[in-house]
Design a protein around this ligand. Structure first.
Ligand code: HEC
Length: 273
């Protein structure tokens, strides 16, 4: 018993030590702060108006460098941006995409997009090599950005994050928001507080007033950052909300099962005293 207690104490001390170590790391490389998102929590859903604003930010600013490899018609998702079929058709047609097959003369040709096509890569950077040559590093594809940049929140948070009652999965959105707000060293447009190592190949991409919203949302960096982070989270995880609901159902099922097993066990063993 005493042995067990000492073991437990040792483990607790180690855990406390780890927490302190993480806290020290934070001073040099702070972790993005947790923001509040309409889609976080168990009953979270995407906010359609916010996703549409975020798409506008992507289209007017980020798409100059970053590709977004999703089909146009994904934007019709009723749990996502919810654009109408006609809006998506018109949007797709406003892009020139490269046809999969060459024409009869064997020539590669471009044609207006259809809803089934993916967004084409940025006009100035037809491929990653061209982008890397011009920018120093190729901008990541935004179709997976939010998913790929889920940072580890460290002990003890990762334990809580995994619990079905919280299921915190919005680190990608927090990270994108933090990066856009992380250009805090004046005079150095490629220093970012939240980018690992601070030196980022992306010069500050967006500032107050860069995009005009039509729904009255103030044209502020803070709103652009939130909206585009929400949009990019949807783009890489369109089924986030459904997944959480399944998690909750599994949890309820397990609780019911455990309760039934408990009473069955009591009954089976009750005759044996
Ligand atoms: C001028 C071109 C350019 C524009 C415009 C641009 N980016 Fe970038 N972005 C880059 C490059 C290049 C990188 C790679 C930076 C690196 O890893 O050093 C990058 C990286 C990023 C990263 C960090 C990814 C990582 O690896 O951790 C985020 C987040 C990001 N961009 C978001 C955005 C958003 C949101 C917009 C629109 C508001 C945007 N970018 C507009 C060029 C651009």
């Amino acid at each position: 018993m005493i042995r067990l207690t000492t073991n437990f104490l040792a483990a607790a001390l180690m855990a406390a030590g780890m927490t302190v170590a993480f806290a020290q790391d934070d001073a040099e490389q702070p972790k993005p702060e947790r923001q509040s998102w309409s889609f976080s929590g168990l009953f979270g859903v995407y906010d359609q108006a916010q996703l549409q604003r975020g798409f506008q930010v992507y289209k007017e600013v980020c798409s100059n460098c970053h590709k977004l490899s999703i089909p146009f018609r994904a934007l019709e998702d009723p749990n996502g941006p919810g654009y109408s079929v006609d809006q998506v058709k018109a949007l797709a047609a406003s892009y020139q995409v490269t046809n999969d097959e060459p024409n009869d003369k064997g020539e590669i040709f471009k044609r207006p997009g259809t809803p089934a096509d993916d967004f084409p890569p940025p006009e100035s950077f037809p491929n990653d090599q061209a982008a890397a040559a011009a920018l120093g590093k190729a901008p990541p594809d935004m179709a997976e950005l939010a998913e790929a940049r889920k940072y580890e929140r460290g002990f003890p948070w990762f334990i809580f994050d995994a619990l079905p009652f919280d299921q915190y999965q919005e680190m990608g959105a927090d990270y994108i928001y933090a990066i856009l707000n992380g250009y805090t060293k004046s005079g150095d447009p490629q220093w970012n507080l939240y980018y690992p190592g601070h030196r980022i190949a992306m010069p500050q991409p967006i500032v107050d007033g860069a995009v005009n919203y039509s729904d009255g949302t103030p044209p502020k960096l803070d709103n652009y950052a939130r909206d585009v982070a929400a949009f990019l989270t949807w783009a890489s995880e369109p089924t986030l909300a459904e997944r959480k609901k399944i998690g909750l159902r599994v949890m309820i099922f397990l609780i019911v099962l455990a309760t039934l097993l408990y009473f069955t066990k009591k009954r089976v063993w009750s005759g044996l005293h």
